[in-house]
Design a protein around this ligand. Sequence first.
Ligand code: 1PX
Length: 214
Amino acid sequence: MADVDTDFNLKVVLVNFKQCLSEKEEVLMDPYLTGWKGLIKFLNNLGAVFAFISKDVLTKVQIMEKFRNSEQKENYFSLQSMVKYEISNNLVDFQKRADHPDSGCRTILRLHRALHWLQLFLDGLRTSQEDSKTSSLCTDSYNIALATYHPWLIRKAVTVAFCTLPSRNAFLETMNVGTPEEAVEMLSDAMPFIGQGHPARKCLKPDLNLGPPV
Ligand code: 1PX
């Protein structure tokens, strides 16, 4: 039987994320979470130093799966239906984390910021020179997309973890899509649709003047 933690293939993960987007530009929750589970497999392969990151992602995916298995599952069918349901029922904390510490909106917002990091990082990998450092590419994207939202301790831990990453070409090979050149080609094909995640980002910033969920 295949070991679920070693059969990561980036192409499969990207297909999951591609399937998220419906014709109506809704982002469907189930393929979105399946995509994330694929990324967790990849994180688990990177070694113990990345365990704290994969644990955080897993917790967030499990929060969302719980909603999808609850009586309210239809309201969590897409990111758009979730936002509508949670906002209209006052199920989101905007000032401080209090009555609804693990709302779907706050959880998905955090996962989505991380996808923005991934988008920048993969684009950096694709367009960088062969001798570029994976850790620098990771740090640059992290500083743009995520660092502002993390406390000092997490920022430090993340920077240390990045230093353990393999070289650019070795990293491209871990994607299991062929040679580094083939991986770059696959990323070039995938980048336009990775950018299509924008409708979901927009739906998490509703025009409510309330700021993002805390
Ligand atoms: C083939 C390339 C594929 C690469 C796949 C890698 C997928 C990485 C996904 C990273 C997901 C990180 C989720 C972070 C969510 C988050 O911001 N959580 C924080 C806030 O949550 P809270 O509930 O407390 O408000 C939480 O405090 C953070 C905890 C852990 C640190 C997260 C750092 C994320 C940096 C991204 C690093 C990815 C490293 C992968 C190396 C290739």
